[in-house]
Design a protein around this ligand. Structure first.
Ligand SMILES: Cc1cc2nc3c(=O)[nH]c(=O)nc-3n(C[C@H](O)[C@H](O)[C@H](O)COP(=O)(O)OP(=O)(O)OC[C@H]3O[C@@H](n4cnc5c(N)ncnc54)[C@H](O)[C@@H]3O)c2cc1C
Length: 459
């Protein structure tokens, strides 16, 4: 691997040999929620970096663009391509485990559901994880996946080195000490700087988490926000819109033995089936949503529940419902104002319905160029609208009201999730946006890694 300092002109790789790797025509791509999809002209499943290089060369010869898909979980068109699509499922090895420094270097296509048990074997763990684990190392960092905990950053803050296969076919290594400027871009890369071939994570010693969940009210939790943030390392809460109901969730490291007191109703999924059916009915009678939110809170979320398990088993849970989602980050001090405005907007507009839960999480500031937490501690407010039996329920008025409130309070959108921002908006929201654009233009001058989503972002 030859590290190339930004600004140098790399020698083109020798690709005078015939191209071996085969692409498949006729493959249709759909994201996990079934909300966005595309029909790539050719779909590739390379087994090595050499094969990816060949695909890039073929794309250059034919004037095609190239998009890598990870776990396909982004609820937007960020991973879509009508040209060449690369699936990294066969580039998923663990390359190096450094037990002394608690670091692990992995190939970019490894799923977190593959990585977590491997880390278990070495007595290591990631300090924080998102809600889903069928996602790849490069995919989660690429969109700035986050969880909660004001002492913790978004997932890319756990990355200490990235290897990028550039449009030129050369490998660029970056870390805090090697190509540090590119590193702060590559940790949240949007899939537009090059193909990530490996990621090195900083881990922590393996730990168990104790999760305690209990009911509260919106007024109470907002009045006592600082206290909650102090009291629990991974504090978050769920608000049930059209009501005052809130479920507080504390997660903290513990030495207690594993235990579970989840409700049988939830475990046996009756709740899920009933909820999906009722949500489908509500697509004909929207006012039913108010009732559904209140009844389901009483049935499933109104008691105290405690679980203890390995950290990754507590962080990640099975999400069964396909859904539309928005998740903007606002400065933490705006949390109360923004949520009360969202509540008031729903009260003012009885025809505008909001599914439960609205999930409120917190993240520490960082220096990553396109991070929603760039130089500020943040509160993420995640809103959803389910798609019962794949049916879309009208959400535009809710979405617009939400976005207006988020923008007013200095919000920055989550990159994986659908938003209406263009370059003009993003330049105002993200102070380091011009710096990221300059790096992107240098690394990918012909725009081989662009797609429709990224064109909206950059042009
Ligand atoms: C059920 C569910 C739960 C979720 N929970 C959370 C959560 O708790 N917190 C949160 O923040 N988000 C959450 N998300 C969003 C999710 O974490 C992000 O969308 C994440 O990016 C998905 O990873 P992926 O591997 O599926 O990436 P994909 O969606 O496949 O791709 C994401 C981006 O990364 C690029 N990419 C992937 N691999 C490479 C590579 N090797 N080189 C270059 N570019 C690459 C793609 O081109 C694309 O631009 C959730 C999504 C779902 C569906």
């Amino acid at each position: 691997m030859i590290p190339i300092p930004l600004g140098s002109t790399p020698a083109p790789p020798d690709l005078s040999f015939p191209i071996q790797v085969q692409g498949q025509a006729g493959v249709k791509f759909q994201n996990w929620a079934g909300t966005y999809g595309s029909s790539p002209e050719l779909f590739f499943r390379p087994r090595s970096v050499e094969e990816i290089r060949e695909i890039l060369e073929l794309a250059r010869q034919r004037g095609k663009r190239v998009k890598v898909v990870g776990g396909g979980h982004s609820p937007s068109d960020i991973a879509c391509s009508e040209d060449f699509m690369i699936h990294m499922g066969k580039i998923n090895r663990i390359l190096q485990v450094d037990k002394e420094r608690l670091q692990v270097k992995v190939e970019a296509g490894i799923l977190l559901s593959e990585l977590n048990p491997e880390l278990d074997k070495h007595g290591m763990a990631l300090a924080n994880l998102g809600a889903v684990s069928e996602v790849t190392a490069a995919g989660v960092i690429g969109t700035g996946t986050h969880n909660t905990g004001i002492g913790h950053g978004i997932l890319p803050t756990q990355v200490v080195a990235v290897s990028l296969l550039l449009a030129s076919g050369e490998i660029l290594e970056c870390s805090e000490s090697v190509n540090p400027e590119v590193f702060q871009a590559a940790r949240l890369h949007l899939g537009c700087l090059g193909i990530v071939t490996s990621v090195t994570f900083q881990c922590v010693p393996q730990f168990r988490l104790r999760e305690v969940a209990f009911p509260s009210t919106l007024t109470q939790v907002l009045d006592e926000l600082e206290e909650h943030l102090r009291r629990s390392q991974y504090f978050r809460f769920l608000w049930f819109p059209h009501s005052e109901n809130v479920r507080i969730i504390y997660q903290d490291p513990t030495s207690k033995p594993p235990c579970s007191s989840s409700s049988w109703f939830w475990d046996y999924a009756i709740g899920y089936y009933l909820l999906e059916f009722l949500l489908w009915i509500s697509s004909f009678i929207p006012s039913l949503v108010v009732w559904i939110n209140r009844v389901f809170f009483r049935l499933l979320f109104n008691s105290r529940v405690e679980n203890v398990a390995r950290s990754h088993r507590i962080f990640s849970y099975e999400c069964r419902f396909r859904q539309h989602v928005q998740d903007w980050a606002i400065p933490i001090e705006k949390t109360k104002e923004a949520l009360l405005e969202l509540k008031a907007a729903l009260e003012r507009n009885p025809g505008m319905v909001a599914h439960f839960p609205v999930e409120i999480r917190f993240s520490r500031r960082d220096e990553i160029l396109l991070s929603p937490c760039f130089r500020r501690d943040c509160c993420y407010i995640n809103v959803i609208m389910y798609r019962p039996y794949g049916k879309d329920i009208p959400r535009i008025r809710y979405w617009l009201a939400y976005e207006e409130i988020m923008r007013k309070h200095g919000g920055r959108p989550h990159w994986a999730k659908a938003h209406s921002c263009t370059r003009k908006d993003l330049e105002k929201m993200y102070p380091a946006f011009p710096k990221f654009c300059a790096i992107r233009e240098k690394l990918d001058p012909t725009g081989i890694f662009l797609n429709a989503y990224l064109e909206k972002v950059f042009f």
